[in-house]
Design a protein around this ligand. Structure first.
Ligand SMILES: NC(=[NH2+])NCCC[C@H](N)C(=O)O
Ligand SMILES: [Mn+2]
Ligand SMILES: [Mn+2]
Length: 300
């Protein structure tokens, strides 16, 4: 992994309805992310947060079933530019959310100079909705669809190119809540999914071995998008759309350790930490511990 890590925060909460996830980047910093990475010997630059301002939340779906589309697009465009800049400097982009709608900008930035980006989407959800299929109109349920070129043009065209990722280069891990349109899309496009069923059957170790093989096949980089709601809500209560029955903190640690061993991740984001819903910053602390493991932290 690269020796320099550049952190960028995205205080975005308009991709969903629960307030507070805009404070995610702050609480992950308070949980000590910079110190943790420096202790591992990395040079860390914290570029602060994307300036989203205080746009008024519309809380209504427009005729396309996309809540707060314009502000989400604007913030993602800024993020995409910032990530492209970090990549061009040769540093590892570590993006802190914010709700998961920011993955559109992260992927635009990281895929820009790559022919074939692999993606590990560690999430309870598929985030493969479009305005047509979404039950909620919340854009945080749409970033993976947008990244394969599906959905509203203002979302797919962020970064000036589309698609960012090919469906066969994506692996979703931890899924246990999928909408009908997402199921159809997964089958149609051949997206690899390890649901909780496969994790229980094979064990996390095997799942990660297989996932690593898929995302490195003919790819020139791998982005990890980790939604904290992937974890079981007992271990990560501070998220807006919790779903029971997820991988534990320990299993997720193992997943990160395997990725560190394989040394395949070239960019990463940790999203959906909402301190208002959290218990004593437990979810932010979990995020930082997982980041430590992803970057090679070991007990002995
Ligand atoms: N990034 C997330 N937490 N996404 C949750 C999405 C939930 C649901 N599938 C929706 O489209 O509204
Ligand atoms: Mn999720
Ligand atoms: Mn998500």
């Amino acid at each position: 992994m690269k020796q320099k890590i550049t952190i960028i925060g995205v205080p975005m909460d308009l991709g969903q309805m629960r307030r507070g996830v805009d404070m995610g980047p702050s609480v992950i910093r308070y949980a000590g992310v910079v110190e943790r990475l420096e202790a591992l010997g990395y040079e860390v630059e914290d570029r602060g947060d994307i300036q989203i301002g205080r746009p008024s939340r519309l809380d209504v779906k427009n005729d396309q079933n996309l809540k707060d589309l314009d502000v989400v697009v604007k913030a993602n465009q800024m993020l995409a530019d910032e990530v492209m800049d970090i990549v061009s400097e040769g540093a590892f982009p570590l993006i802190l959310g914010g709700d998961h709608s920011i993955a559109i900008g992260s992927l635009a930035g990281t895929a820009k100079d790559k022919e074939n980006l692999g993606v590990i989407w560690y999430d309870a959800h598929g985030d493969l909705n479009t305005g047509e299929t979404s039950p909620s109109g919340n854009i945080h349920g749409m970033p993976l669809a947008a990244s394969i070129g599906l959905g509203h043009e203002n979302l797919t065209s962020i970064g000036g190119f589309s698609p960012k990722v090919k469906p066969e280069n994506i692996v979703i891990i931890g899924a246990r809540s999928l909408d009908e349109g997402e199921r159809i899309l997964i089958k149609e496009r051949g997206i690899h999914v390890y649901t909780m069923h496969e994790i229980d059957r094979l064990g996390m170790s095997k799942v990660m071995e297989e996932a690593a093989e898929i995302v490195t096949k003919n790819t020139d980089g791998v982005h990890l998008s980790l939604d904290l709601d992937a974890l079981d809500p007992n271990d990560a209560p501070g998220v807006g759309t919790p779903v029971i029955g997820g991988p534990t903190y320990r299993e997720t640690h193992l997943a990160m350790e395997i990725l560190a061993e394989k040394n395949i991740i070239t960019s990463a984001e940790f999203v959906e930490v909402n301190p208002i819903l959290d218990v004593k910053n437990q979810t932010a602390e979990a995020a930082v511990a997982l980041i430590g493991s992803l970057f090679g932290e070991k007990l002995l």
